[in-house]
Design a protein around this ligand. Structure first.
Ligand SMILES: NC(=O)C1=CN([C@@H]2O[C@H](COP(=O)(O)OP(=O)(O)OC[C@H]3O[C@@H](n4cnc5c(N)ncnc54)[C@H](OP(=O)(O)O)[C@@H]3O)[C@@H](O)[C@H]2O)[C@@H](O)CC1
Ligand SMILES: [K+]
Length: 500
């Protein structure tokens, strides 16, 4: 897991690296700027491209000056530098880089308050005005300049963080922020990159390593981490040589109505492909033929819940396509009262919990709920920001001893110990009906195989997202039909547990 650290902690990591590597601050800036330039050159390979580097007068601006000089050394010949002097305060490393810039042939101009903002002719804008040193929303001349830059609608590549965006504090609805096509950020993604509020301002972001002390960063106090593939390799066990179907548990899927049998099929197909030894689906009788023909490996209990022998199952997934009628409610209530194994609840099961707090209070410890944002707000009340949702997730996961999986482009998992796990796998191509049903089946299947609930949620979310990435990489498709996801999981698991 990689810790997500705040702007303050990044400054501390910077100071620690300078003192203990040791490295001079100006050399660390040079290293960061080189890392930026390497990635930039992939993005803008043509050396005749006209580039305007807009710099502030702090260290972000210092990076900008160094980047201009380094690009010039790489034979980019059409570079201009515009220093936006919003304050007379400068940093020593900015000053040093200005001295170095003056020794090159690069033209630069200084714009001060009240001066007319020069028109921009460049094809690419590098945003090095403000970085993680932002300490208040933009206003006055700097806000006007940023609005003018936004008006140019050019290809903008930001250094570290878009000007005007806080790294880890709430992005205000009226915030003035320089919109970027790509952010090349240093060492760690900023928390806000992972929350939807940053989306109008960032099309794509990437992180480059600038050699800050990783040991220091990993020891910072942070309740937020990024899931890595190595973590999943640690979690997922290789299937044992002498194992049989009984080794891998029995999953019961309670899902589907006549009109939404697809949800039950997708959930069951995902359970099957994630490796549950047995999968049974409780479905409406009218869906029996569909189930038997599509998934001959899956057993069925049609209609009659008295036929469910609760002790037969290791895990239950309940909710996909289930509806909210009386029968559905009865099924949910029976599950919560009778089943002693692990449960994952999704979709209509969550909506029924929102409507009935008594039922909600029956949720056994370590249950997993997988809401999307609307379901989340129905369960826990309306929220006006993702930062406040993060707080609610932590509180509710702790108080109720639940694992909350809040689905989004970067799905977030809250566990009862108060940690938040951010998952970076996945693709917008998965934003289509049925994806969630697959995730529910994947997690239930992992639960049935004996993985602890937090691990099942973390691994399930990662594998599900990775399956989407793999399909897009291989097939180059714009949207992924969920049934393809359900089968891809199998390959992804194989590639992850394979030890070669
Ligand atoms: N950390 C690392 O490891 C490394 C960091 N590096 C780089 O350093 C960057 C951080 O640099 P930084 O700390 O100098 O801050 P930066 O963003 O340039 O701005 C500072 C200036 O902005 C001002 N200011 C603030 N808010 C304002 C507002 N709303 N409106 C107007 N002004 C405002 C503030 O003025 P003040 O409020 O203090 O008067 C101050 O003068 C980081 O993003 C990365 O690019 C790399 O070089 C090497 C490794
Ligand atoms: K910037």
């Amino acid at each position: 897991m990689k810790k997500i650290i705040s702007a303050t902690q990044t400054r501390e990591a910077d100071a620690y690296t300078i003192a203990h590597e040791p490295i001079a601050s100006i050399d660390l800036m040079e290293r960061a700027s080189k890392a930026f330039v390497q990635r930039f050159m992939i993005e803008v390979p043509h050396k005749h491209t006209s580039i305007a580097v807009y710099c502030g007068t702090g260290n972000n601006g210092g990076d900008g000056l160094a980047v201009a000089r380094l690009l010039n050394a790489e034979k980019y010949r059409n570079i201009s530098v515009i220093i936006l002097q919003h304050s007379f305060k400068t940093t020593p490393d900015f000053e040093e880089n200005l001295r170095r810039l003056k020794k090159t042939s690069i033209q630069y101009e200084i714009i001060q308050d009240g001066m007319e903002f020069p028109p921009n002719q460049a094809e690419v804008i590098i945003d090095a005005i403000l970085g993680s040193g932002l300490n208040k929303p933009l206003e006055g001349s700097i806000a006007l300049w940023v609005e003018q830059l936004n008006g140019f609608e050019k290809n903008v590549i930001a250094v570290d963080i878009p000007t005007g965006m806080f790294a880890d504090q709430l992005i205000d609805k009226d915030a003035v922020i320089l919109k970027s096509d790509l952010v090349i950020s240093f060492q760690r993604p900023k928390l806000n990159f992972l929350l939807p509020e940053s989306s109008p301002f960032i099309k794509q972001w990437e992180v480059v390593d600038i050699g800050l002390d990783e040991h220091f960063i990993q020891h910072c106090v942070s309740d937020k981490v990024i899931i890595e593939e190595a973590d999943i390799k640690e979690i997922i066990r290789v299937r044992d040589n002498f194992s049989y179907k009984g080794t891998y548990g029995h999953t019961l899927i309670i899902a589907g109505q006549p009109e939404t049998m697809g949800a039950a099929l997708l959930c069951a197909e995902a359970s099957l492909n994630t490796g549950s030894g047995l999968t049974t689906a409780f479905i409406p009788a009218s869906g029996l033929t569909a189930l038997n023909s599509r998934l001959p490996e899956v057993m069925a209990i049609p209609d009659d819940h008295s036929k469910i022998d609760w002790k037969n199952y290791d895990a239950i997934a309940i909710g996909p396509g289930l509806g909210k009628n009386l029968t559905a409610k009865e099924l949910l209530s029976l599950t919560l009262q009778n089943f002693r194994g692990s449960i994952v609840l999704d979709a209509d099961a969550l909506n029924m919990l929102s409507d009935d707090q008594l039922l909600f209070n029956l949720l056994p410890e370590q249950s997993i709920i997988t809401p999307h944002v609307k379901e989340f707000d129905r369960l826990f009340g309306e929220h006006f920001s993702w930062h406040s949702r993060l707080i609610t997730m932590q509180e509710q996961a702790r108080e109720r001893d639940l694992i909350i999986v809040l689905k989004n482009r970067y799905t977030i998992i809250a566990t009862p110990n108060g940690s938040l796990y951010f998952n970076l796998t996945g693709t917008p191509a998965m934003a289509t009906g049925g994806s969630g049903d697959v995730l529910t089946g994947v997690i239930a299947s992992l639960l049935a195989q004996g993985y602890f609930a937090p691990q099942a949620a973390i691994a399930g979310v990662y594998l599900h997202g990775k399956a989407g990435c793999e399909i897009v990489r291989r097939m180059g498709i714009n949207v992924i039909p969920a049934s393809q996801l359900a089968t891809e999981i199998n390959k992804v698991m194989y590639s992850i547990v394979k030890h070669d």
